[in-house]
Design a protein around this ligand. Structure first.
Ligand SMILES: *Cc1c(COP(=O)(O)O)cnc(C)c1O
Length: 436
């Protein structure tokens, strides 16, 4: 039998069963029920440390990796981020509230979003969010107003679009000129908003931000983006005498979902990136700013795994076969949204030859409710088997819904020999909690 493919080293097989983070996934399915999101705490910490160590080695003091909350946000994760010394990026008052409730020091938070309402801005300021990432001129004015009303000065950076086109899916490609995010360097809007920010008495401009996309594997896009940003920083120095002290290069390193995906050596990428930044700054004789990056997926994706129980298995003669599970697009809409690839295993039958190719489909009333096409299953797959979908730590729980009034699954965190519920499973009572 061919060795099964595992996208991350936290997956192993013992006695024909799939183990995740050293735990028997079939036992966890029994203990907590399915569908179930699992998170491997050691892997999360490892992924944070990869960034923290590389930042310490290559970037100026005060540089900080920021966990991109939108990938997966709950109080336990913010506690982990505190323990690891990470910063965070947040995009909504809900994420700010969650982080604050977990005791996260919000002076280490960057507040994103292309349309922050006045209420969002006021809330974030009152919570003490350290830095706002101002997206556009109207928002900049609103930040100035709210800061003035509080008699304070708010640290900000400006989100710019460096005009880089990555070849990822259009919905996750954000760094090009034609984007709803940020101000384009190419059109002069970036310079205009910089000038405007420098004239506002209640905002303190620290520097700039760009985010070129997500699930990025291309060789040199971060380096190209950094070079364009430093050209711009040098121009702002020359034009306005402005000293940039912070450059935030966003998130986006790709992770390995399936065997054909590449594998990114993050420390190596960061070393190369630092080389480009240092050389560009030296060329202009400007000091190297503090660097931030905002990894989401590359912190949390491979620390996650979802377990399901198989229900109906349909073999349609002359057509394909379907394996139905007790979850679906309500807990993982990514295939429905982007046709995202995943590695799937039948967790209790790892020693059987996977000779049946079938679509792994959910229980929602939508034909598009598919988790993955062309999944290899053992021919004996049937009701009661446990299916594991790997690498689901990012953008699964975060994108989950109550479609069909399905309660969201629990998130259980695995810590060494123990496991604990980080987010409990939604009950029927939770589903009607808001109904009057
Ligand atoms: C989505 C996003 C991130 C995180 O991206 P990943 O691909 O998960 O690393 C970081 N910064 C911004 C502004 C984003 O929109």
């Amino acid at each position: 039998m061919k060795q099964p493919f595992f996208p991350c080293e936290n997956l192993t097989v013992r006695d024909g069963k799939l183990y995740f983070a050293g735990h028997d996934t079939t036992a966890l399915a029994l203990q907590y029920g399915t569908p179930l999101y699992l998170l491997d705490e050691a892997r999360i910490r490892h992924n944070c440390r990869v960034y923290l160590d590389a930042f310490r080695s290559h970037f100026p003091a005060g540089s900080l990796p920021l966990y991109a909350s939108k990938a997966n946000s709950n109080k336990a994760l913010y506690r982990l981020m505190t323990e690891e010394g990470m910063g965070i990026d947040v995009v909504s008052p809900g994420e700010i509230f969650t982080a604050k409730s977990a005791g996260f020091d919000l002076s280490r938070a960057f507040f994103h979003g292309n349309n922050k309402t006045d209420a969002d801005i006021a809330f974030a300021m009152d919570c003490g969010v350290g830095c706002f990432v101002a997206d556009n001129e109207e928002e900049l004015c609103a930040i100035e107003r709210e800061a003035a009303a509080r008699g304070k000065t708010q640290n900000i950076i400006l989100r710019l679009t460096p005009g880089i086109d990555t070849h990822t899916y259009a919905a996750v490609n954000t760094g090009k000129v034609d984007s709803k995010f940020g101000s384009a360097i190419e059109t002069g809007q970036a310079e205009a908003i910089t000038k405007s920010a420098l004239q506002k008495p209640h905002v303190k401009l620290l520097g700039f931000h760009c985010h070129i996309g997500s699930q990025v594997f291309e060789e040199d896009v971060f380096e190209r983006a950094a070079a364009i940003m430093i050209d711009f920083i040098a121009l702002m120095k020359k034009t306005y005498g402005f000293d940039t002290t912070l450059l935030n290069l966003g998130g986006g390193y790709g992770v390995r979902y399936v065997e054909s995906d590449g594998q990114i050596d993050i420390p190596k990428k960061i070393a190369t990136l630092a080389g480009v930044i240092n050389a560009a700054c030296a060329k202009y004789a400007i000091p190297v700013p503090r660097i931030c990056m905002e990894p989401g997926r590359s912190i949390i994706a491979d620390a996650g795994l979802t377990l399901y129980t198989v229900g109906a298995v349909k073999r349609i003669p002359g057509y394909k076969a379907y394996v139905s599970i007790d979850g679906g697009m309500a807990d993982n809409p990514r295939f429905a949204l982007y046709r995202s690839s995943y590695t799937c295993h039948t967790a209790n039958k790892m020693d059987e030859e996977p000779s049946l190719v079938a679509s792994l489909v959910g229980r929602c009333c939508e034909s598009g409710d598919i988790i993955q096409e062309n999944v290899p299953f053992p021919a004996s797959v049937g009701r009661g088997d446990i299916v594991a979908v790997c690498t689901t730590g990012a953008y699964n729980y975060a994108m989950a819904s109550n479609y069909n009034r399905l309660g969201r699954p629990a998130t259980v965190i695995l810590r060494e020999k123990d496991s604990y519920v980080a987010v409990r499973r939604e009950t029927f009572e939770d589903l009607i909690a808001l109904d009057e």
